[in-house]
Design a binder for this molecule. Structure first.
Ligand SMILES: [Zn+2]
Length: 223
């Protein structure tokens, strides 16, 4: 990996479209998305030095240490497909891990170019997710507020009255997930804000608009 290749971190709560945006960054900028889970599995499967250590720890039922994850990441960043830059997903999760990552990158003259926070309005997210329901007859998707059926409880398309709601799509669950996300990422946001690497992107708009904003962040971070 060249010292000039961007290293991005993508932060965003469930429902903010992180996966979609990471894929679009991959297509447009050639950035490789590295998720911690995939990295671990690949290192174990390949039987690298760090992979062997990770395997032993996991088999004993323990959590893989930051040091092992960093070692696996170091190996992965050295592979040719990372030459154009990477998007880290799932690591770091804590400020301590963020510091360890900075140390690792410094060894090759690199740094985090941008930690992008996909920003959502919690209340709007709860509305968006919690009102969803689906027709059990034909699979058509509806929403209490944004796309209601013409006749309450009856599908516009097939006339079925079998309307289904996912148990985890209720307001309380969504609010809880968002709260957990904010609690977990607050220290990271603060860390990267202090480092001058934080970029906030409004993630409430259309997918294409969000992608354009993210692209701009990437371009700015790499010049
Ligand atoms: Zn239907």
């Amino acid at each position: 990996m060249k010292p000039t290749a961007p290293v991005l971190i993508l932060l965003g709560p469930p429902g903010a479209g992180k996966g979609t945006q990471a894929r679009m960054l991959q297509e447009r900028h050639g950035l490789v998305q590295l998720s911690t889970g995939d990295l671990l599995r690949a290192a174990v499967a390949a039987g690298t030095e760090a992979g062997k250590r990770a395997k032993a720890v996991m088999e004993s039922g323990d959590l893989v240490s930051d040091e092992i994850v960093i070692a696996i990441l170091r190996d992965r960043l050295a592979e040719p497909d990372c030459a154009k830059g990477v998007i880290l997903d799932g690591f770091p999760r804590t400020a301590v891990q963020a510091e360890a990552l900075d140390d690792l990158l410094a060894q090759t003259g690199q740094r985090i170019n941008a930690a992008v926070s996909l920003e959502v309005e919690d209340a709007a997210m709860v509305d968006r997710v919690s009102g969803r329901f689906t027709c059990g007859g034909c699979g058509e998707g509806y929403h209490d507020r944004f796309k209601p059926t013409d006749k309450p409880g009856t599908c516009d398309k097939c006339g079925s009255t079998d309307m289904q709601r996912r148990a985890d799509d209720n307001a309380a669950t969504v609010a809880q997930r968002l709260q957990a996300y904010h609690a977990q990422t607050a220290p990271l946001i603060a860390y990267y804000e202090n480092a001058g690497a934080l970029a906030r992107v409004d993630a409430m708009g259309a997918i294409e608009e969000i992608a354009a904003d993210l692209s701009a962040v990437v371009s700015k971070a790499t010049t």
